[in-house]
Design a protein around this ligand. Structure first.
Ligand code: ATP
Ligand code: LTN
Length: 329
């Protein structure tokens, strides 16, 4: 049976980008495969973060997972830090990834460019190593993510090639899965930049109230042409709004553009986008609030950790044996 794995790091408030590019799709796999969805809390430590903020973000993500329709009877939902094998496999696989390739990772280059050399932790540099360990521990075949994470998955694939060439067929080859529409939602205030929770200008947050969301969409940066069509190079703002509209209505961008052919008032178009977002996020947010208030996510995380630990420790042993560690059973 196909194994599917993905995670989101609790670095900040989740955005509409996280929702469209990743979160929204996780539940689609739970009826046909074995799904593992986790909170990448160890990854959140790769940049400075307040301990209380990290804890509260982690709770939020757990509740968002459940609100998105993930069913804990079908999907295993857990915290990365509840499964020590992530760190243990990390310690092994770090020896099969190289400084040169890690230093070429776009995410590392982007994040470290904004920092003083003295503040760049080793964890930020080695981020893709832990991510590879996350994926390989569950023998995942499919890893649904937004576009920005594909480069890390490619690195995990290189690692599998290298490792299996040396030790035989020990690791399962994963594949990244990016959705056609909405793999890269852009900021509403600067549509040439990715909507990102660590750079919150122009973000729509999943916890925003509907009035705020509508206001943000109505004031999204566009252009002066007054025509609605898809051209991400020359019309990044309108193209981004069309993408949001298409993704949330589960239609192609061409079909979305057709619906607004002849529309000359950006206000009308933006209103339609705002209605779509409200229709989707309104009920989603209400479910999230119920889940947070009931605390039911805590039991889900505990159960998830048990199941994840069982599977992860089996894979870890297999790898330990393959590389020549003396495993005492
Ligand atoms: P940070 O700003 O802290 O780096 P982020 O907002 O980019 O975080 P991640 O935790 O890195 O979010 O990503 C969680 C998932 O959401 C990943 O699969 C990522 O590819 C996806 N994702 C993040 N931002 C977007 C976006 N703007 N459009 C589509 N998918 C996105
Ligand atoms: N790097 C991912 C979060 C993440 C992840 C993973 C995603 C950590 N480990 C394993 C898929 C598979 C991100 O969203 N920034």
């Amino acid at each position: 049976m196909e194994r599917i794995l993905s995670g989101i790091k609790p670095t900040g408030q989740l955005t509409l980008g996280n929702y469209i590019g990743a979160l929204r799709h996780f539940k689609d796999f739970q009826d046909n495969g074995e799904v593992f969805i986790f909170i990448a809390d160890l990854h959140a430590l790769t940049l400075p973060i307040d301990p209380e903020v990290l804890r509260s973000n982690s709770r939020d993500i757990a509740a968002f997972y459940l609100a998105s329709g993930l069913d804990p009877k079908k999907a295993t939902i857990f915290l990365q830090s509840s499964v020590p094998a992530h760190s243990e496999l990390n310690a092994i696989v770090q020896n099969y990834l190289y400084m040169g390739e890690l230093s070429r990772m776009t995410q590392f280059k982007d994040k470290s460019a904004k920092m003083n050399d003295k503040e760049i932790g080793l964890g930020l540099f080695a981020y893709p190593v832990l991510m590879a360990a996350d994926i390989l521990l569950y023998d995942a075949n499919t890893v649904p993510v937004g576009e920005d994470q594909l480069q890390h998955i490619e690195l995990a694939r290189d690692l599998v090639h290298r490792f299996n060439y040396k030790y035989g067929e020990v690791l399962v080859m994963p594949k990244g899965k990016v959705n056609k529409v909405g793999a890269r939602i852009m900021s509403l205030s600067d549509p040439t930049k990715k909507m990102s929770k660590s750079d919150p200008k122009g973000d729509i947050f999943l916890k925003d109230d509907m009035k705020t969301i509508r206001k943000k969409i109505m004031s999204a940066v566009t252009d002066m042409e007054g025509l609605v069509y898809y051209d991400p190079v020359n019309k990044p703002g309108i193209s981004n709004l069309l993408t949001i509209y298409a993704a949330l209505n589960d239609i192609s961008i061409e079909d979305a553009a057709k619906q607004f052919e002849g529309c000359t008032r950006y206000g009308d178009f933006k209103k339609a986008v705002a209605d779509t977002v409200e229709r989707e996020l309104g009920p989603f947010k209400a479910r999230y609030e119920e889940i947070i208030a009931s605390g039911e996510y805590l039991e889900v995380l505990k159960e998830g950790a048990k199941k994840a630990n069982e599977i992860a420790s089996t894979t870890l042993k297999r790898v330990q044996k393959a590389v020549g560690l003396l495993v005492l059973e």
